[in-house]
Design a protein around this ligand. Structure first.
Ligand SMILES: Nc1ncnc2c1ncn2[C@@H]1O[C@H](COP(=O)(O)OP(=O)(O)OP(=O)(O)O)[C@@H](O)[C@H]1O
Length: 275
C-alpha cells in the first residue's frame, strides 16, 4: 500500500532529523567551516555538531576563533565587512547561508547574549517586549504582557522586577541586566541561544545565578556558550569543543574532555600550560 501524503511528509521529516553517531538529535551542524577576515584565515575546516537541548561550551586560548565560530551560527559575522564564511552551517538541516534565508528570522530562531549586558535604554518591560512586537508574536496588549512576564520568569528575574517593569533596564545591577538580556532573547521563542562569555562582566554571585539559569534553560533550548573559564565549562556544559589557532582540536562529553582529553594540546590547555 502506498503511503498517504501525511505519512510521506512525516517520514521525510523523521528522515531529515540528523542524529549523531551515538543517537543525539543534531540541532546545528558546521561542515568544513572556514572564516576569513580580509585575507587572514581565522577558522580552518571546522566540523562541529551542536546537539539539541544540550549546552556546548567552546573553549580555547585567546584568539583561537571561539567567538568567530559562535557568530557564524546566527550570521552575526555578516555585520563585519571584511569577514567571509565558507563551508556549510545548517539549522535543522536548513542551510543558514542560503540566499533565501531571512537573517532577521534566523536571529529570532538563533538568539544571542553578549559578553557585556547591553539592555536598550528603555524600560525593563520594553526591553523584553521589543522583539515579540517587531516579530508580530502577540495579538493584544494582554498577550504581550504574558510574553514579557513569562520571559522574565524563565530568565529568573521576574520576582526581582515585577513591581518596577517601567523602570529603566539600565538601572538594574550587572547580573540583573544580563538576565534581562537573556529574557529579551527568550521572548522571541528562540530554539538556540548563543552566549559569548555571558558572565565575564559579572561578580561570582551573579555568575552563579546565570550558570544555574543556563542549566535550567537547556530543558527547552539548545545552548552554545563561549567561555574562558574551564570551571564554568565544566559546571554548565554537557559537551565541550576545544579550539586552538583556528582549528577544532577535539570535541566530546565535557567530563571526558576534562579528565581524559584525547589530544596533547587539550591536555596542555586544561592543565594551564598555555592560554
Ligand atoms: N572583526 C575582526 N577583524 C579582523 N580580525 C578579527 C576580527 N575578529 C576577530 N578577528 C581575528 O580572528 C581571530 C579569532 O578571533 P576570535 O575573537 O574569534 O577569537 P576568540 O577565541 O573568541 O578570542 P578571545 O577569547 O580573545 O575572545 C583572531 O586572530 C582575531 O584577531
Amino acid at each position: 500500500m502506498s503511503p498517504t501524503a501525511a505519512e510521506a511528509a512525516n517520514a521525510t521529516e523523521a528522515g531529515a532529523r540528523a542524529l549523531t553517531a551515538d543517537g543525539d538529535p543534531i540541532k546545528m551542524r558546521g561542515d568544513k567551516v572556514c572564516v576569513f577576515y580580509g585575507d587572514k584565515q581565522a577558522l580552518f575546516d571546522i566540523d562541529l555538531d551542536i546537539r539539541e537541548r544540550q549546552v556546548t561550551a567552546l573553549i580555547g586560548p585567546s584568539g583561537c576563533g571561539k567567538s568567530t565560530f559562535l557568530r557564524c551560527l546566527n550570521r552575526m559575522n555578516d555585520t563585519i565587512d571584511i569577514c567571509r564564511v565558507a563551508g556549510d552551517i545548517t539549522l535543522d538541516g536548513m542551510d543558514i547561508y542560503d540566499p533565501s534565508i531571512d537573517v532577521v528570522e534566523l536571529r529570532a530562531r538563533v538568539g544571542m547574549v553578549f559578553q557585556k549586558p547591553n539592555p536598550f535604554p528603555k524600560s525593563i518591560y520594553e526591553n523584553v517586549a521589543y522583539g515579540p512586537r517587531i516579530h508580530g508574536l502577540s495579538r493584544s496588549k494582554a498577550e504581550l504582557d504574558d510574553i514579557v512576564a513569562s520571559s522574565l520568569q524563565k530568565a529568573g528575574l521576574y520576582e526581582e522586577v515585577k513591581d518596577r517593569l517601567d523602570a529603566p533596564g539600565t538601572g538594574l545591577s550587572g547580573g540583573q541586566q544580563q538576565r534581562l538580556c537573556i529574557a529579551r532573547a527568550i521572548a522571541v521563542s528562540p530554539e538556540v541561544i548563543l552566549m559569548d562569555e555571558p558572565c565575564s562582566a559579572l561578580d561570582p554571585i551573579a555568575t552563579a545565578k546565570v550558570e544555574e539559569l543556563i542549566d535550567e534553560l537547556r530543558e527547552n533550548y539548545t545552548i552554545v556558550i563561549v567561555t574562558h573559564s574551564m570551571q564554568q565549562a565544566a559546571r554548565v556544559s554537557q559537551r565541550t569543543a576545544f579550539f586552538h589557532l583556528g582549528i577544532l582540536v577535539e570535541e566530546g562529553p565535557t567530563q571526558d574532555m576534562f579528565t581524559n582529553p584525547r589530544d596533547r594540546r587539550t591536555q596542555d590547555y586544561i592543565t594551564g600550560r598555555f592560554g
